[in-house]
Design a protein around this ligand. Structure first.
Ligand code: CTP
Length: 202
């Protein structure tokens, strides 16, 4: 199994890059795991307490389970991915049965921060977007899709997202094999990765 790790700050457009890569590839042969699914379960906390969690700190992620799942997939076993809710800020009771495939993409802001997870990635890609672009995307998305208001998003950006990005995410760019700019000029970079994936599939 070939594991491709895709990191990059919030709103950098990791999802768009993943979709561009998957375009024209036989989908069932490429699996995806998102770090977002592995936020720690917080059943013991109230909703109010959960909204105060620092979701951009490595401690908020259940890396132990994520690594265990990836290892299982690598050895040919199926896993049950947790399903996370951004509305309740908690893990749901659902799981998502995931089978091993020849190529597996792991995507998330902090995935290169964990040494074990980093070592499991055969190819490490970092998606770069300028901070202002990321903030604009994040603002639009949180308001449109996650029911937050402008002040809430901007306060969280200043108090948490920006310092966490500088401390835990941006430095992991150094581990990347490829840095993809997230704009319309990234066609060549995306094509290169797609060729590598295709080679593995054939
Ligand atoms: N987050 C949140 N509420 C939660 C849990 C996480 O708002 N209950 C936020 C964290 O603050 C973190 C972000 O989710 O910054 C991580 O997701 P992000 O990388 O922004 O989303 P993707 O769609 O994976 O990435 P991209 O925008 O690059 O496509």
């Amino acid at each position: 199994m070939l594991v491709i790790g895709i990191a990059g700050g919030t709103g950098s457009g990791k999802t768009t890059v993943v979709n561009k890569m998957l375009n024209e590839l036989p989908n069932k042969e490429v699996g995806i795991i998102s770090q977002d699914s592995y936020y720690k379960a917080t059943d013991n906390l109230s909703y109010e307490e959960r909204t105060k969690i620092n979701f951009d700190h490595p401690n908020s992620i259940d890396f132990e389970l994520l690594v265990e799942h990836l290892k299982k997939l690598k050895s040919g076993e199926a896993i049950d991915q947790p399903v996370y809710s951004f509305v309740t800020h908690n893990r749901t009771k659902d799981t998502h049965r995931t089978h091993p495939t020849k190529v597996f993409i792991v995507e998330g802001i902090l995935i290169f921060n964990n040494p074990e997870l980093r070592d499991l990635c055969d190819i490490k890609i970092f998606v770069h977007a300028d901070a202002d672009e990321r903030l604009i995307r994040r603002l639009k998305r949180d308001i449109q899709e996650r029911g937050r208001d402008m002040n809430e998003v901007l306060n969280r950006y200043q108090d948490t997202l920006k310092p966490m990005h500088n401390q835990f995410i941006e430095p992991t760019k150094n581990f990347a094999d490829i840095i993809i700019p997230n704009d319309r000029y990234n066609t060549v970079a995306v094509d290169i990765v797609r060729t590598v994936i295709n080679d593995k599939l054939n």
